[in-house]
Design a protein around this ligand. Sequence first.
Ligand code: NDP
Length: 303
Amino acid sequence: MTKRVVLIGHPVAHSLSGAMQQAAFDARGIDAKYELWDRAPIALADAIEEIRGSDFLGANVTIPHKERVVALMDKLTEEGQVTGAVNTITREGRRLVGHNTDVPGFSAALDKLVGRNKMPRHAVVLGAGGGARAVVYGLIRQGFLRIVVFNRHLHRAESLVKHFSRSAAHMELRAMPWHESIIEAELVKTKVLVNATSIGLTSDVSPLPAGILGSDLLVLDLIYNRTRLLRDAEAAGCTVSDGETMLLHQGAAAFTLWTGQAAPLDVMGEALAAARAGGLRSAEGEPAGEEPTGEETATPTAG
Ligand code: NDP
């Protein structure tokens, strides 16, 4: 019987995961089909019930369900529990286990960004949504000692900080209001800057003015594109990286959880590049429904 894996989100039509995961199943000779399920929040519980059936290997969960789905799981891994967000589900009989593979995905992206440099200890994170939660937890686990989270709506950054109070008890995790002067003052003391907002996703704008980016920053944008932020940072002399590595590695970790096999990273990376070239453009967690604006000039970097 052909096994099934589904991506549950709303919308999901532009997701890159289908191409990446199907290529991996095919390359490993696994008889499985990756399906896209567009389910509004009201239909989430029914969709979760359906995947308890024996024909399912598991599921991916994306925007806007990553946090809401937590309460529907029978068991959570440490990453799912601590972040309060689930992007991958596995099945143990009829019981469902919630995982967060964005965390190892981010760690792989951070390792690549830092390269041979000494792992820094201070970071600024822009954004406080589901992606930011995986980022902050990844940074805490990596041994960062000071993380400052800026968000348009300060209260959301404050709840993120509160959420991590136990895991961050040994270090300094702070929420600060989004004022350019405050961000600039923080960046001077910081080595790593992560954009976990969706600013730059559908239009060619940057969350920060180019002038406040110092040349020694390591800048990671979770968006799967060469965003304005990354182009400005590169022009300022920074080392930069986009969301490709995180997307690839969260997918690889999910593949291994469903199949028990090592993920064919090369095949998955090629499938991602091909899907992008074919016009698909949504990384996991992106609000993929909007069409790009006429202003958008960012060019894909996949491949
Ligand atoms: P959420 O919807 O949970 O969070 C969106 C974040 O962006 C919030 O912090 C929100 O601020 C902020 N934001 C959105 N619009 C604006 C704006 N106009 N001005 C200021 N802030 C804004 O999304 P996710 O956390 O799931 O995703 C965030 C980004 O990360 C997306 O671009 C997504 O593609 C990317 N991502 C990439 C992954 C990958 O594998 N590469 C994995 C996960 C995410 P506020 O709270 O104030 O609304």
